[in-house]
Structures are given as C-alpha cells and as structure tokens.
Design a protein around this ligand. Structure first.
Ligand code: PRP
Ligand code: GLN
Ligand code: SF4
Ligand code: MG
Length: 539
C-alpha cells in the first residue's frame, strides 16, 4: 500500500469532525490546516443514552478465581498495525517483543476489510501459548490489528474474560480496545453505568471505556472517544480498532508510554515501546503526546490528531526507565539503557564501596551495574546467570511462586564469586524477595562480602497508575529504613540511589516524571472506594 501519510502536517478531514457535539468543542482538534474554514459543530441536546450489553460472554478458565479474589497487579503492553496485509502476524511478533510487560494473557483483534468484520483471539498465558496453533493467526485476516499483553491491575488475574483486546458490538458496529494503565474512577463510572442499565461482562476497569463510548451521544466516534477519555481518571495508553480506523490515545499526564512508527510499505505501527517497532522494521516517528488522540483512516491512511482537555502537566512513569521497559527501547524520548547507565554511575558516586567485582542482577540490573563499574573502576563480570525459561518474578501473582522463581531463574557462577568481595547491582527492591535470595545464593557460592547497590530510590508507595505494588505493607522499604532492609536481606552493606540524585539526573525534566512510588507525591490522588449517590437509583 502506498504511503500517503504526512508526519509533519496532520490533516483533519471534514468527516473526522463531530457532526453533533454535546460536550466537545473545536478546541479539541489541533494541527489542522483546514480547521478554521470548517463550520462550527452544532450543539445538540444530550438525549437519554441507550445501553447495550457489550461483550460476548466468555467462560472463565478457572472458576476458582472469582472476581472477589481480585488483587491489583501490574503493567501491560499494546501494539497496533494499520495498512499492512500481515497485520495480525506483525501484531503477534510485536506482542512477543512486549512480552516482558505482561505474561498473564494476550490477544489480538484484526479487522477484515473485505467482510468489515473484527475477529478476536485471546487466551491466558504467553503470546506463544495463545497463538500456538497456526490456525489462530490465520483466523485473523485483514490489514489492521491491535494486540495486548496483560498484567492485571483491576479485575481478576486468572480470568479469560479480562484478557484484552476487548471486542464489543454496539449500534454503530464493532469496536475493540486495548489498554495499558489503570483507571482510578472506574468503580464510580461502573456504578453510574450499571444504574442506567449497563451489563458488565468483565471485572476489568477497561470495560467502562466501551460502555461510555456506546452511551455517548456525540458524533462521530472520534468525539465519543474524546468525551469518554475526558471522563476517565488515571493512566491510559489506549488503542481502538473499528472496521476502517485505528485510534491511539494517551492520558493527559502521559503516565504510560505509546509510540508511533512507520514500516517501509507505509503501514503505521503503534506500540508501548520502540523495541517492538524495531522488530517489525518500523521507523520510530514520535511518541503519541500526553493527552493526544490520533486517528488513522485505512481508506487513505490520513492521520488526524486531537487533544484531550484540560491539558495536564506531563507525569511519565520513571519506573519504566528503571525496570519495565527493555533497555533497547526509547521511552518518553529517552534511551532506556542510557538512563540505566547514568543511574548506575550516579549510584557509584553516591555510595562507593571497595570491592573486587561488580555483578548485575540480570536482566534489568545489567546497565546500572555496567554504569557502576565504569564509574568505580571495579571490573564488571557476570556472576549470576539467568535462565530464560523463567519469566519476570516481580510480576508473578503469588509470593510463594515468586520465591521459588528467583532460585530457579538465577544461578551463581562460582569462579567469579569465590573468595571475592562482590558489589551486586539491581534496578530496584520492591518486596525484597529477589535481594534476600540473591545474597544467600552469592554467599553459598563462596562470595566473601556481598554489597547490594540499588539503582533507584526505595519504593515506599503503591502505584495507582498501572503497576503492581498493591499495598504499602508489602513494600519492604515502607516498613524499614535502608539499614533495616540490609539486615533483612543479609548483605554486608546496602545503598539506594537517592531521590535527589535521581532528580539531578533528570535535570529540567524531573518535574515531568511521576516518581510517586519513591516520593508518595501522587499526581492524581488515589481514591478510596466511593459510594456514588445516584438520584435515579432505585430505592
Ligand atoms: O524486591 P522484589 O519484590 O523481589 O522485586 C524486585 C526485583 O524484581 C524485578 O526483577 P524481575 O525478576 O521481575 O525481572 P528482570 O528479570 O527483568 O529483572 C526487579 O528487577 C528486581 O530484581
Ligand atoms: N497493567 C495494565 O496496564 C492493565 C490494564 C487493565 N487495567 C487491566 O487490568 O487489564
Ligand atoms: S507511582 Fe511509580 S510505578 Fe507508578 S506511575 Fe508513578 S513512577 Fe511509575
Ligand atoms: Mg530483576
């Protein structure tokens, strides 16, 4: 397909403008040359919304996991392609590259332009498990697709119903959504929607988005998406798919990443991280800006861009740079490996220790350890081997499974460690599971001294924006200071990167990052469960 997309000047075609707008105005629509010559959208009275059950019922794989057992968990990854005959296969590859962002479930929805039908394959587990049969990808024809890898933050973990993308049918056709983030006001929105007749099929926060869009009286879909997103609180990087368009949205704080790339054939690709663009030969174009809504029309590959109101100060998740993202990704305009190298160097300057060798805790501690070694002059060696058949421990739902995973995952290299004073560098301590096991492993392998260095400040606050740090009582640094953590994990010394040093490293950009899990300064205050007063609720 020929590339008709221009990235320097976006156009908004007349059909992208709201024909009937109840709560939206032209201020939402930006970057259009034609904008000022178009007639103002007329204001329409808000009619009584109609509600429809949205999701086809899917059986839960494990009936034991009732939604009442819900616990908030962690991250997710999204990937989308428009304008490529291999859309679903590219999605499959892109999702595999984003697998580190979610291991609980995965799915793809593809739009078959011939039949104007959206089709879905979702399943529990890793991307390769869900799409193990070659038939599964064959069942997803079309030139557009969106995909998702999940760690739950809201809704049951082991529930197939909660695996995204969600695909809904409503009065304007089919609509699919994939969400990375966490909605703080979804309980309230859900209660309001239910009181007006909505029937929810999942326990996921993401489902409210579909119901809000379905009940909106705005036209066209772009306006319904904008109206809906403006009523959401919290973190969301979203991809929407219809039979002829793909939409990408990022919340106004820009908590979670979302980038745009272009393949040599002109196909556009959206992904949580640039590493997934690289894999499918898509050239990185730019981030979706915080508060931006991008719409791509398959018919001519034209792009429109709008912005959510009111604008907010950017609060990008700094933890993406420490742990979540792959080091070869560019996230929030910064190379992740460079950030980690800088954190490690700063840590060596702040908390030096004489030692024989610096070793990383693989995988995510690698670049910070390299930085520590470069700044300290202490040789860098691989003292721990990682088994790649074991997933990320931080994202395993149960504590006892996390414990076993650490031992299975990391094996010491005795020759590097025996009789040595060792500096072990990791990116973070959350619950303390990994560090205490590692200290024991290293001592058992003959290390004379074990000095733990952590390339992030102590994690003291829960995250409400899409990451699994559910209760403060589970965070070891919330219960004790560094000396206490050091005693608990059994190391000879322990030091964290200080928050002030982190701010120094981020420079002028420091206020544009969320660091609430280190500072407890929450950009959007966490809500307690709200009792919603609804005048039209039945007595
Ligand atoms: O204090 P804890 O609760 O143990 O959590 C912190 C650990 O978890 C993460 O590693 P993980 O094994 O999840 O992934 P990685 O292999 O990408 O480093 C992180 O890098 C720390 O090593
Ligand atoms: N970690 C995430 O981004 C999860 C997305 C969504 N809140 C869910 O629980 O499925
Ligand atoms: S609280 Fe921490 S993990 Fe959550 S968005 Fe902020 S920086 Fe990221
Ligand atoms: Mg780790």
């Amino acid at each position: 397909m020929a590339a008709t997309t221009s990235f320097t000047s976006f156009t908004i075609e007349p059909h992208h403008l709201p024909s009937k707008t109840s709560s939206l105005s032209l201020r939402h629509l930006v970057l259009s040359r034609k904008l000022f010559s178009l007639p103002s959208p007329s204001l329409a009275l808000r009619s009584q919304p109609r509600f429809y059950p949205l999701l086809a019922s899917q059986p839960d794989t494990n009936p034991f996991f009732d939604d009442n057992f819900d616990k908030p968990r962690e991250e997710c990854g999204v990937f989308g392609v428009i304008g490529d005959p291999d859309a679903a296969s590219l999605c499959y590859l892109g999702l595999q590259k984003l697998q580190h962002r979610g291991e609980e479930g995965a799915g793809i929805v593809a739009a078959d332009t011939e039949s104007s039908k959206l089709r879905s394959v979702t399943g529990m587990g890793l991307v390769t498990d869900v799409f193990a049969s070659p038939e599964s990808l064959k069942s997803l024809p079309g030139t557009m697709a969106i995909g998702h890898v999940r760690y739950s933050t809201s809704g049951a973990t082991a529930s197939l119903k909660n695996v995204q993308p969600f695909l809904a049918s409503y009065r304007f056709g089919q609509l699919a959504v994939a969400h990375n983030g966490n909605l703080l006001n979804h309980d309230k929105l859900k209660m309001e929607l239910e009181s007006r007749g909505s029937i929810f099929n999942t326990s996921s926060d993401t489902e409210v988005i579909l119901h809000l869009i379905a009940s909106s009286t705005s036209r066209p879909l772009l306006s319904r998406i904008i109206e809906t997103c403006e009523s959401l609180e919290g973190a969301y990087s979203l991809l929407f798919l219809t039979a002829n368009k793909l939409y990408a949205v990022r919340d106004s704080y820009g908590f979670r990443p979302l980038v745009l790339g272009c393949r040599p054939n002109g196909a556009l690709v959206f992904a949580s991280e640039t590493c997934a663009l690289d894999l499918v030969d898509a050239k990185y174009i730019r981030e979706i800006n915080p508060g931006e809504v991008v719409a791509v029309d398959l018919a001519d590959m034209s792009i429109s861009s709008a912005c959510l109101m009111p604008p907010k100060p950017r609060k990008a998740c700094i933890f993406e740079h420490m742990y979540f993202a792959l080091p070869n990704s560019i996230v929030f305009g910064r190379a992740v490996h460079e950030s980690r190298l800088a954190f490690g160097k700063a840590l060596a300057e702040e908390s030096p220790v004489p030692a024989d060798v610096v070793i990383p805790v693989p995988d995510s501690g690698f670049y910070a350890a390299l930085g520590f070694s470069l700044a300290s002059g202490i040789p860098f060696q691989q003292g721990l081997l990682r088994s790649h058949y074991v997933g990320r421990t931080f994202i395993q739902p149960e504590q006892h499974i996390r414990d076993l995973s650490v031992r299975l995952k990391l094996s010491p290299v005795k020759g590097v460690l025996e009789g040595k004073s060792v500096v072990v560098v990791d990116d973070s301590i959350v619950r303390g599971t990994t560090s205490s096991k590692i200290v024991r492993l290293l001592r058992d392998a003959g290390a004379r001294e074990v000095h733990m260095r952590i390339a992030s400040p102590p994690v003291v606050g829960s995250c409400y924006y899409g990451v699994d740090t559910p209760s403060e009582s589970e965070l070891i640094s919330n219960r004790m200071d560094a000396a206490g953590v050091c005693r608990q994990i059994g190391s000879d010394s322990l030091a964290f990167l200080s928050l002030s040093k982190l701010h120094d490293l981020l420079g002028d950009e420091a206020p544009t990052f969320c660091d609430a899990c280190f500072s407890k300064e929450y950009p959007v205050p966490p809500r307690k469960y709200e009792q919603v007063e609804l005048s039209y609720m039945e007595a």
